[in-house]
Design a protein. Structure first.
Length: 207
């Protein structure tokens, strides 16, 4: 019987090729762990690194360093949301909704963090308390969203990095100011960059 006749079963290698093709298409709808880890790792290394360097003398970061850190964070949030929208563009249903909701969760999380920090300042909290709270909440937002993303896309690297970021922020708070800036820059940001390299070199999002 001719393999081209209707109703003929596919050869094993043809079926495998179709499966591989469909997996490649599906993979393009998942977030890029390398991009997200690299983006946020760079932002933390740059932002917290500048805050640490400019606060070594009097424990108070320079205004320009704080502005750079804030702008870098906003750029990272917008880029993350944009990345999720692009990855889910053209698909419908549950996957599209999950991607869009996850992308906007970054914006909502950091908006809430900013509001809480402002409330602490308004309540008369000291600069040290405000700085430690801002740092701790930033790590909570990023860490919890990485954990959620790891569960959502079954990504072990993203889930593991989320746990690392949470613990880094929590224990880094004991380093005080400016020590916590260094912890977040090198352990937090450096850990994200290391994870980006590992995922890039080792491959897929899943074990």
């Amino acid at each position: 019987m001719d393999d081209d006749e209707p109703g003929t079963a596919l050869a094993p290698h043809d079926a495998l090729a179709i499966i591989a093709g469909q997996r490649a298409v599906a993979a393009r709808t998942y977030p890029s762990a390398t991009l997200l880890f690299g983006l946020w790792g760079t932002v933390w290394l740059l932002g917290y690194g500048l805050l640490w360097l400019t606060s070594l003398d009097d424990d108070t970061p320079a205004v320009w360093a704080a502005v750079v850190a804030a702008v870098a964070t906003i750029v990272a949030m917008v880029t993350t949301a944009w990345h999720m929208v692009v990855r889910t563009h053209g698909i419908r249903g549950r996957s599209a909704l999950q991607g869009a909701m996850y992308g906007w969760a970054w914006f909502v999380g950091f908006l809430a963090q900013g509001v809480i920090v402002s409330a602490l300042a308004n309540a008369g909290a000291t600069p040290v308390v405000i700085s430690l709270a801002a740092n701790a909440m930033a790590t909570m937002v990023v860490g919890l969203l990485y954990l959620a993303g790891g569960v959502l896309w079954e990504s072990y690297p993203m889930y593991g990095l989320g746990a690392w970021v949470l613990l880094t922020g929590a224990f880094g708070s004991f380093a005080g100011i400016p020590g916590s800036y260094a912890v977040l820059a090198f352990a937090g940001g450096g850990g994200m960059l290391a994870a980006a390299v590992v995922v890039k070199v080792c491959g897929p999002r899943r074990a």
